[in-house]
Design a protein around this ligand. Sequence first.
Ligand code: 2RA
Length: 338
Amino acid sequence: AGNKVIIVGASGAVGQEMLKIMEERNFPVSELKLCATERSAGQEMLFKGKAYTVEETTPASFEGMEIAFFAGGEASLEFGPLAAEMGAVVIDNSSNFRLDPDVPLVVPEVNPEDVKTHKGIIANPNCSTIIMVVPLKAIYDVAGIKRVVVSTYQAVSGAGAEGITELTEHTRAALDGGEVVPSKFQYPIAFNLIPHIDVFQEMDYTKEEWKMVKETRKILHDDALQITATTVRVPVYRSHSESINIETKSKVTAEHAKKILADFPGVIVQDSPADKKYPMPLYTSGKDEIFVGRIREDNSVDKGLNIWVVADQLRKGAATNAIQIAELLIKYDCLGKR
Ligand code: 2RA
């Protein structure tokens, strides 16, 4: 028993995590194919103790496959629609199809039923969006939300494996007095913050900022939601953090918000100022939950909350969410159905 699964982009930061999480969650796999670009083909990767050789992705790679995970990048543009046509359900971690009205954009704790509307492709939201929308949904269901202001503190691994290498190299160079040559990032990332993630677009917002706006509205099915974002790269290896200000439609006290959040699936509240208890990226990495703390009423408006949210963006922000979507497809029996 199990499903025929292909991972495209298996050797990258998210692909590796997908494989690890499938193993951890004992995801039912009857056949596994690991693919990537020609450059990464030939590498060996382990799944449940067995070695698999990464192959170059070609149209034939999708023959007979039931679930096709795309870890990110351009590959899903080239092969996603074809994989779906050949009968697989595509779960795509890139931004290529996220805003397509025919493609559900799913966070299992928030809009699980949307997977049932798929026409062959399901999109996995952007990492910063996933991490924000889960706690937002908890509040949204109880009090409604009028406006959200979010600022992010995003780890270098959000930019892939090269981002990790660059933080190490820049830190070493800064300490040893060596030369710092930014390549993945626009400026030296060690001992710095860079308020620029992805490309600049309309109104001088970055694409990462627009993703947080547009994807959140789509996932919550609320085009009227007012939301604005500032996204910042920080010298942290792993786990994105977010400061989120939420203006609610009805009043929620801080105590009530703590309870609502603690009761919501996938959320862990870490909030005890007296004990210096609040989420931090160093301690959330490697975990699947979204950690929320510093839960306070906004002193400047009638109905508002401030929360501080941290989660491992390679896991819940990417790979875990994708595997959870596949689990929903099995649960709702909507694999192979169009
Ligand atoms: C980042 N959100 O952290 C992006 C990855 N999709 O760069």
